[in-house]
Each structure stands twice: as structure tokens, then as C-alpha cells.
Write a protein that binds this ligand. Structure first.
Ligand SMILES: [Mg+2]
Length: 185
């Protein structure tokens, strides 16, 4: 019987610096853009001054661009996860829109092929569940995430959650935060 606790890591902007890479892509393609640290808790398209539809089109271009959409993960993050692996079952738990799931699997295969036991997608054809519900159903003890809605769903379902600091979650209060994976050890 597997007695190790399961720890879930969000993919975008926790394991992978997706928004940072998207802003780099956007600047290279469309010219100067907002600085990363100036992003807010508002929807990204509002910070970028474009429509939601335009944002979606630009994400689509980004995810079709190999040069930008597979940013190399931070060395410190990977070594921390390697140290954790003997003590916990590590999984990725992602709410990424299903059209762009394949890029996550390519990223994992390319950079961290042996680190995670599973990639769990919340966005399926049959519907979408919040991560707090999935953690409860799957016996996941801890989630590391940056998204306020997912963080709230963990709190509502009694799941321990660590907030990975990002500009769009700095307004959250009474949460446990980390700014680097080294703090997990
Ligand atoms: Mg995220």
C-alpha cells in the first residue's frame, strides 16, 4: 500500500513560467507590453488592454510557437522536486483549457519525464471541476497553486493549499505563501 502523501502542483505559473513566456512572446510579436510585476488580479486581457477574444487568439498563437511555449523550468524548482520525490507522490494538477493540454505533456516529457506520477487535467469534455473537489476525491494532501479561485476551492474543501506568489494573488489574505520551491523542504 502506498502510504506516501500526494502533493499536487499546478502547472501554469507554478511549475512552468507560462505567463512570463507569454509576455515575452507578446513583446517579440506585437511590441512593448506590460511588465510582469505590474500585472494585477484583474483578468489578463484587461491588464493587456485587449479584448478577451483577442487574448484567446494570442494564446493560441503562443501555444503554436515552439520557441516560446516551452520555457525551460527553473533549476532550483526541479532539484527541490527531486528531493521531495522519495517522500511524496508528486502529481501535476492543471486547469488549463483542453485545447492546449498537449503542450503540457510535451513539456513534461522534455524537461521532467520521471518526476511526476501523473498529470491530472480538470478540464474534460464531460465538464470541469474545481481543484479542491478533485483533491478531495483523489486523496491529495496538499496543492501548490497561484489561482485565487482554485485556492478558495481548496479552502472550502478542507484541502491544505500553499499559495505560490504571483502578482495576481497578492491581494489574498490569511493564506500560506511561498515565493520559491525551496521553502517546501
Ligand atoms: Mg496557475
Amino acid at each position: 500500500m502506498n502510504t506516501k502523501p500526494t502533493i499536487a502542483f499546478d502547472f501554469d505559473d507554478v511549475l512552468c513560467d507560462t505567463v512570463r513566456a507569454f509576455l515575452e512572446f507578446r513583446e517579440a510579436t506585437f511590441g512593448p507590453t506590460i511588465a510582469y510585476d505590474d500585472l494585477s488580479e484583474k483578468p489578463l486581457h484587461e491588464d493587456l488592454g485587449i479584448s478577451e477574444d483577442e487574448e484567446s487568439k494570442r494564446w493560441d498563437l503562443f501555444f503554436k510557437n515552439d520557441e516560446f511555449c516551452y520555457p525551460k523550468p527553473d533549476v532550483e524548482k526541479i532539484s527541490t522536486l527531486e528531493n521531495l520525490k522519495p517522500h511524496a507522490r508528486l502529481v501535476i494538477l492543471t486547469a488549463r483549457y483542453r485545447l492546449w493540454h498537449a503542450q503540457i505533456l510535451t513539456f513534461v516529457e522534455r524537461y521532467v519525464p520521471t518526476l511526476f506520477e501523473e498529470v491530472i487535467f480538470t478540464d474534460h469534455r464531460e465538464g470541469k471541476k474545481l481543484k479542491g473537489v478533485i483533491c478531495k476525491e483523489q486523496g491529495i494532501s496538499l496543492l501548490v497553486d497561484d489561482n485565487p479561485e482554485q485556492i478558495a476551492s481548496c479552502e472550502q474543501n478542507g484541502i491544505e493549499v500553499l499559495v505560490f506568489n504571483q502578482p495576481w494573488n497578492r491581494h489574498l489574505q490569511n493564506v500560506r505563501r511561498i515565493t520559491s520551491f525551496a521553502e517546501l523542504c
